[in-house]
Design a protein around this ligand. Structure first.
Ligand code: GUN
Ligand code: FE
Length: 422
């Protein structure tokens, strides 16, 4: 069904402070794009078929700007360490298993199914260093109907022997082959993924920069997540003034290179200014930052500066794939930050968290994450009828509670770029 109408309580962000709610309204999808939201359907659309979700909530699909698919099997485990110890104790050991395609197949099947049945329609995903397993993941996501950027991870230093590429040259030649081998995919695209500065040599970064230009690829990585990590980068790169400069010196930090940097918890003013200037997207991952004792990112600062920012689950440092959960935690963490460290930064509210999860993160994919005219039609239908209550609630209150409860079982239908997935 190419063109259709969908009826329900249509909720979407126009700006970070303006949440539009059209009660039992109509959204029109034509050729995969939203062409209007109406209180009363214009007569010219009467011939179109209608999905009738009267009294259910319809929101734009959510974007997960930062998730590690191979870490999904150990989510909720080993939450008692800080970043570097956590990587060495739990993460690298799990990721090494993806050399085994049978293991990868099982694990990525589970990840893909759970992501499909979540409210997420778009994601920026880390794989592992393993090319074949990463292609398998991309094919599964494509077959599920999702839209995503997926990265084969690069790491050639400061990593255990069992998860370290043998040289920069080999890492880059594997990456180029992987780019060529994934050309057949339509909705799942490659994204360059140097894990983070400590695990990538200068030579590797130089070569990745060439690949990036040759294939015009976007980039994703980690930035200023943890204080010891920031110090480590300072020691590894004495010629840079701040962490972000270690990416920027290779042209891998925004501008003509669309870039997502996860975390930005401890970014200095200079680093923040450069991200702003070069349109670097920030993936805010509040659950991860809490679990790994990283800190609380100054999201209010980033919003006030009108920076590019969305939310990430950061599985498995974050335990939940739910971007509803990320919205709620973004609000909660901002409150704690206000109370404990900085009362100049007002806490986030529901409108802002909703914006981050939809239009904010969606922007990395172009026009995604809203029902404004011309946006790709990604929609999630929420059925809250199983949540019992004796009092009457407004649609906004129902949305607020659905977000806070973050239960995937309330998702009744999902559309990506106009296509109904379930
Ligand atoms: N920094 C480098 N690798 C990782 C990872 O896998 N997770 C998180 N949260 N931070 C990282
Ligand atoms: Fe991460």
């Amino acid at each position: 069904m190419d063109n259709y109408v969908i009826k329900g309580h249509i909720c979407y962000s126009k700006t970070s402070t303006d949440l539009s709610i059209t009660e039992n309204g109509f959204a029109v999808c034509e050729n995969g794009n939203c062409t209007g939201v109406y209180e009363k359907l214009p007569e010219s659309y009467n011939p179109l078929p209608c999905y009738d979700y009267t009294d259910k909530l319809i929101i734009p699909g959510l974007t997960d700007l930062h998730v590690h698919a191979p870490q999904y099997p150990f989510r909720g485990l080993g939450m008692d360490l800080e970043l570097i110890e956590w990587l060495n104790t739990h993460t690298f050991i799990e990721e090494a298993k993806y050399d085994d395609l049978e293991y990868a197949k099982k694990a990525y099947e589970i990840f893909t199914e759970d992501l499909l049945h979540s409210a997420t329609t778009r994601a920026c995903v880390f794989g592992t260093i393993h090319t074949k397993a990463t292609i398998l993941l991309m094919e599964k996501l494509e077959n599920a109907g999702m839209k995503a950027y997926v990265g084969k991870v690069n790491m050639d230093r400061n990593s255990p022997g069992y998860l370290c590429e043998e040289s920069a040259k080999k890492s880059v030649s594997d990456t180029e082959k992987w780019i060529k081998d994934t050309k057949h995919l339509k909705n799942i695209k490659p994204i360059l993924t140097p894990r983070f500065i400590p695990s990538c040599s200068d030579e590797l970064m130089e070569q990745l920069a060439l690949l990036r230009r040759k294939y015009r690829l976007p980039v994703q990585s980690h930035l200023s997540e943890n204080l010891s990590e920031v110090q480590w980068v300072q020691n590894l790169c004495p010629d840079t003034r701040f962490y972000g400069e270690a990416y920027d010196k290779y042209g891998l930090f925004g501008n003509e290179c669309p870039t997502i940097m996860a975390h930005c918890v401890h970014s200095s003013k200079e680093e923040t200014d450069l991200m702003k200037k070069q349109n670097v997207f920030i993936a805010h991952c509040p659950e991860s930052n809490t679990n790994l004792l990283s800190g609380i990112a100054p999201v209010r600062t980033y919003l006030d500066l009108d920076m590019k920012i969305g939310l990430g689950s950061d599985i498995a440092a974050g335990s939940s794939l739910s971007i509803f959960r990320a919205m709620t935690m973004a609000i909660q963490c901002s409150k704690l930050r206000w109370r404990l460290t900085d009362q100049s930064l007002t806490p986030l509210n529901l409108e802002e968290a909703f914006y981050l999860a939809t239009k904010g993160g969606g922007e990395f994919f172009g026009k995604a994450g809203s029902f404004e005219t011309g946006y790709e039609f990604d929609a999630v239908v929420l059925d809250d009828s199983s949540i019992r209550h004796p009092q009457k609630l407004s649609v906004r209150e129902r949305l607020e509670r659905l977000i806070c409860l973050a239960e995937d079982k309330n998702i009744a239908a999902k559309f990506v770029n106009g296509r109904k997935l379930f």
